[in-house]
Ligand binder design. Structure first.
Ligand code: ADP
Ligand code: MG
Length: 254
């Protein structure tokens, strides 16, 4: 068993002529929180989406808990994974986006249960039972029967987190989960994430919340123009003297 939850080797990605990721190498250790920071357009979302195979890298390999993602080496060379193989690998991954993407016509409970019914083919009763347990975990049981329009942005994002957790992922990917929220609502979402981290969930978090990266992150990765300029512990990354590009980034976001 490998110690890496996610192992990224020589990954490059371009959209047409635009090179977005340049030869990325990164190990995400099991049970740790890796925060991905960097200027807008530096490739953070693309890298995260590659980890979930929502984007296909043009070169390189990605292993999820030692298993190939997207492609496998066979006797006849590299081949695409079958849909079933891909589904199995991807089922280890939960993802939370900046936009919560809840169904407006379903309650909080309905949103979480819908994924369980669709993906896990659970009965309505079992799905709703499990969904309620997940909503309790994010402190939203009292709001279970509210519709998204009746919930604050922070509450909606916590529902989205519950929805991802309900599918029992071993790795959670977060893409700027608090960027769409009013500042007074970011704390409740970050607290849920902090609890998840304390419980030992493997997490990759794209964030501009430098305080969160410094206090919860085990590793901080800095992306700039598609290059992983460095990754290290927050103590080392944020200690002076800093890399000039990081300095410039922190001046903008702190
Ligand atoms: P970040 O999340 O760090 O802001 P992104 O990964 O979203 O950066 O984007 C990196 C670069 O890739 C940007 O220049 C963006 O315009 C480009 N890009 C992202 N997605 C696409 C796409 N689907 N098609 C073309 N260009 C894209
Ligand atoms: Mg982004």
């Amino acid at each position: 068993m490998t110690d890496s939850a996610i192992s990224i080797k020589n990954v490059s990605k371009q959209f047409g002529d635009t090179v977005v990721l340049r030869d990325i190498n990164l190990e995400v250790p099991r049970g740790q929180v890796s925060c991905l920071i960097g200027p807008s357009g530096s490739g953070k979302s693309t890298l995260l989406r590659c980890m979930a195979f929502l984007e296909e890298a043009n070169a390189g390999t990605i292993l999820i808990e030692g298993e190939p993602l997207g492609f496998v080496e066979g006797p006849n060379g590299r081949r695409k994974q079958t849909a079933a193989e891909l589904r199995r690998t991807r089922s280890k991954i939960g993802m939370v986006f900046q936009q919560f993407n809840l169904w407006p016509h379903m309650t909080a409970l309905g949103n979480v249960a819908a994924s369980l019914r669709r993906v896990r083919k659970m009965s309505r009763k079992d799905a709703e039972e499990k969904a309620m347990a997940q909503l309790e975990k994010v402190d939203l049981a009292p709001r279970a029967h509210h519709y998204p329009s009746q919930l604050s942005g922070g509450q909606q994002q916590r529902v989205a987190i519950a929805r991802a957790l309900a599918l029992d992922p071993t790795i959670m990917l977060f893409d700027e989960p608090t960027s769409a929220l009013d500042p007074e609502l970011t704390g409740e979402v970050l607290n849920v994430m902090r609890t998840l981290a304390d419980e030992g969930m493997t997490m990759v978090v794209v964030t501009h919340e430098i305080g969160f990266a410094a206090s919860v992150g085990n590793n901080v990765c800095f992306l700039d123009h598609g290059r992983l300029l460095f990754h290290d512990t927050p103590e080392k990354v944020f200690a002076a003297p800093r890399n000039p590009r990081l300095e410039q980034f922190l001046d903008t976001y702190l």
